[in-house]
Design a protein around this ligand. Structure first.
Ligand code: FAD
Length: 443
């Protein structure tokens, strides 16, 4: 239904809510504030060519997921007499176009903390300022951002446990805001319906995307601690993809976790811990957090890397995990730890290679979590597994997939000895210990 305020936009001033990785209309901080402003609100999305042109696969499932989600949001807006405005461009030229089409008073957006996003937003802000357009940013993606959880001396935490303790203390003293956007939906600008550019126009193909089903019922989460390490069991919540793209609100999830299970709550705190680390130490994108590991002489054998990528190492748990990743874009956390440990310790391949491969494939790919966890697995990270902790992939299999259900699902016809292991465990373990020890001794 079109209300009085939603007259078609001509020269009328509008406010723009710039949607990025917060693909939802409910419980959304920036949208809420935009809708409460006096001007009608246009929802704007940019298919950023800087990001899209770096994706190597035209069948990228994440682009499909974003496209599908935007189409659904556009239907919701249509019901309010409005429409998404979508451009396919680099951010600055996209805004240059937008200001020629609309008389914009303010831009509202939710903050993003990755190095590229910070640079992008600074450039757009400068442009908008030069046009006297207001620029209003909000916290939405996290409970605590930037420097909100710091050590008593004001420096950032680099160890998880004290960080999480402080995080919880602060959480207890904080009342989470509820952004009831629905109450203000009449504030959307009455905008003629516009279609989202077709995937082909963006340079991508349409593919089927299967997003794991959410397991967040009270009953499920009660079993979280007991089940979370077994990849054959639906033991974890599967919220990582919705969280990555913001189709779900972190405030809703964390309130739920706080009431139900502390271990699950801790996982969300790990997410914020790695986001905080990336924000304060952006060099981790390319460098070891612990510089003393710069001396590790990675073997970087390309054939072995290729076998790891294909899931043909001869270690069933590693291979099943990599095949699951290649087929679905998902991998269970326990198996991510095993495959990452195998690449960095058994094969002595630079964690950056594995990180890049995961970044290409994971549906829930998140720079901060991926980087933080890869550095954790390699022993080079802030609060990392000690270098001498080397998972035995055979023992891990016995412990976490005792019935071989997971392995048989991803390696059809699996039987022991199905492939000759590319490296013997004991030999690889000793080699890794030697290389890591030597790199530290050379200091
Ligand atoms: P649950 O166990 O139900 O946890 C709930 C949420 O907590 C997750 O969705 C996630 O947001 C957060 N979380 C859980 N574990 C971690 C963790 N170790 N670090 C940071 N946040 C965590 N997670 C990503 O979201 N994106 C990535 O790119 C990513 N890369 C990883 C790479 C490696 C090598 C490893 C070992 C882990 C990686 N993780 C990553 C963390 C973790 O594996 C996934 O978050 C988890 O498997 C998602 O499933 P879930 O939603 O069912 O998790």
């Amino acid at each position: 239904m079109v209300t009085n305020r939603q007259q078609l936009i001509g020269d009328k001033e509008v406010n723009v809510y710039w949607m990025r990785r917060d693909l939802r209309l409910h419980d959304n901080a920036a949208l809420y504030h935009a809708l409460r402003s006096p001007e009608p609100v246009l929802v704007f999305f940019i298919f950023d060519r800087f990001i899209l042109e770096r994706l190597s696969d035209t069948r990228d499932k994440r682009v499909n997921f974003i496209h599908d989600t935007l189409a659904e949001i556009n239907r919701q807006l249509h019901r309010q007499g409005s429409s998404l405005v979508v451009l396919h461009d680099f951010p600055l030229p996209a805004f240059e176009q937008l200001v020629t089409r609309y008389n914009i008073k303010n831009v509202f957006f939710n903050r993003d903390y990755e190095p590229y996003a910070l640079e992008r937003d600074a450039a757009v802000e400068e442009f908008l300022q030069s046009r006297q357009i207001g620029w209003n940013s909000f916290k939405d993606q996290v409970i605590f951002e930037k420097s909100e959880v710091m050590k008593p001396d004001g420096s950032p935490y680099t160890v998880f446990t004290p960080y999480s303790k402080k995080w919880k203390e602060k959480f207890m003293q904080t009342e989470l805001p509820a952004y009831s956007t629905e109450e203000f939906f009449s504030g959307f600008a009455g905008n003629p319906f516009q279609k989202i550019p077709a995937l082909e126009k963006l340079g991508f193909e349409e593919v089927e995307v299967k997003i794991p089903v959410l397991n967040i019922s009270e009953e499920h989460i009660k079993g979280y601690n007991q089940n979370r390490n077994f990849p054959a069991v639906e033991g974890t919540s599967n919220v990582s993809v919705p969280l990555r793209f913001g189709t779900i609100s972190i405030r809703e999830l964390v309130s739920h976790a706080y009431n139900l299970d502390e271990q699950w709550l801790n996982e969300f705190i790990w997410r914020e811990f790695f986001m905080m680390i990336l924000y304060h130490f952006p060099q981790v994108v390319t460098e070891n957090f612990r510089r003393k590991y710069d001396r590790i002489k990675w073997r970087n054998n390309e054939e072995e890397f290729d076998l790891w990528c294909k899931g043909e190492t001869g270690y069933a748990m590693v291979d099943a995990g990599m095949r699951q990743l290649n087929e679905t874009g998902c991998m269970h956390n326990r198996v991510r730890m095993i495959t990452a440990g195998f690449l960095t310790k058994h094969l002595l391949i630079d964690w950056r290679w594995g990180e890049a491969y995961f970044a290409e494939k994971l549906l829930d790919y998140e720079l901060s979590s991926n980087n933080g966890n890869w550095q954790w697995a390699a022993g080079t990270g802030c609060d990392a597994a000690p270098y001498f902790r080397i998972f035995n992939p055979v023992t891990q299999l016995k412990k976490f997939d005792p019935q071989l259900d997971y392995v048989k699902k991803w390696i059809p016809g699996y039987r022991e000895g199905y492939l000759e292991p590319i490296v013997e465990h004991k030999f690889a373990r000793e080699r890794a210990l030697e290389v890591y020890k030597r790199s530290l001794a050379e200091l």
